[in-house]
Design a protein around this ligand. Structure first.
Ligand code: AMP
Length: 249
């Protein structure tokens, strides 16, 4: 298959906005008592519409066919709901499956990929737009920026790192505008049960605040995953404000 044409590839190396420099657009928060203030004064805002969702998932071609099937159904659903798929730009495993399925069903796909690392062999019919960034850190920052929420499908180390980092950014208010973006771990066979058990253990053990536990949701159907992304973002917004962040200020 042909590679993505140069016209299709949007070179934005070095063009990422500095999320880390300005994590809080609102006034600085100096102590935990400030948590009693209305959320808007903390610089947080509710997201009202789900337009684009990043999917983190396995790059492995050895993935269980049932996982590939789930990824394809997610892609088809995105297309039918006019949700833009944001993904890591890869061709293999579940990544390629979700992107191909979205495109084949007439949807929109934005791939974000680090230049020189994974750029070989991305078929031009697999993405609407391919953005090439400088490195893995810029890739994740750009994917977060483009997305209203996140779905984690079965995956390996790369997937684990991405879903937990995206959730941590919500905990810390680092997403642009301080938006609280939910991560939904979607599986049909209990793949993510261990992750939820770990999160629950961390919560009961006092190392994950109960207020932040809902940032990561679970779902066993595509329907439930999208419902969770749409409802938990704004309803639970005040819960996401973290005390620890402010205590050292
Ligand atoms: P893993 O779950 O370990 O297969 O890693 C998947 C995640 O890592 C994806 O969401 C990508 O962001 C990144 N990744 C790993 N391998 C590739 C690849 N060959 N092409 C593009 N992205 C990849």
């Amino acid at each position: 298959m042909p590679l993505a044409s140069s016209a299709l590839v949007s070179q934005i190396v070095g063009g990422i906005r500095p999320h880390f420099a300005l994590p809080h657009p609102g006034p600085p928060v100096h102590n935990v008592n400030c948590l009693a203030r209305p959320v808007s004064t903390l610089g947080f805002e509710a997201v009202t519409k789900l337009n684009s969702v990043a999917v983190f998932c396995a790059s492995s071609n050895d993935a269980d066919p049932a996982y590939i099937d789930l990824a394809q159904r997610v892609g088809q659903r995105f297309a039918h709901e006019r949700l833009t798929l944001i993904y890591g730009g890869g061709h293999s495993g579940l990544m390629g499956a979700v992107a191909q399925a979205t495109m084949e069903a007439g949807g929109e796909v934005i791939g974000v990929i680090p230049g020189g690392l994974f750029t070989n062999g991305i078929p031009e019919d697999e993405v609407t737009t391919l953005e090439v960034v400088a490195d893995m850190h810029q890739r994740k920052a750009r994917m977060y920026e483009l997305s209203d929420g996140f779905i984690g499908l079965p995956g390996g180390l790369g997937t684990f790192e991405e879903v937990f980092e995206a959730a941590t950014w919500t905990q810390l208010g680092l997403h642009a505008g301080g938006r609280a973006k939910t991560v939904v771990l979607l599986d049909e066979d209990g793949f993510w049960d261990g992750a939820h058990a770990l999160l629950d253990k961390a919560t009961s053990g006092g190392v994950l605040t109960p207020k932040n536990r809902p940032i990561i949701q679970g779902a066993s159907t595509v329907d439930d995953a999208l419902r969770a992304l749409r409802t938990h973002r704004s309803n639970d917004l005040p819960q996401f404000v973290t005390g620890q962040l402010n205590e050292g200020a």
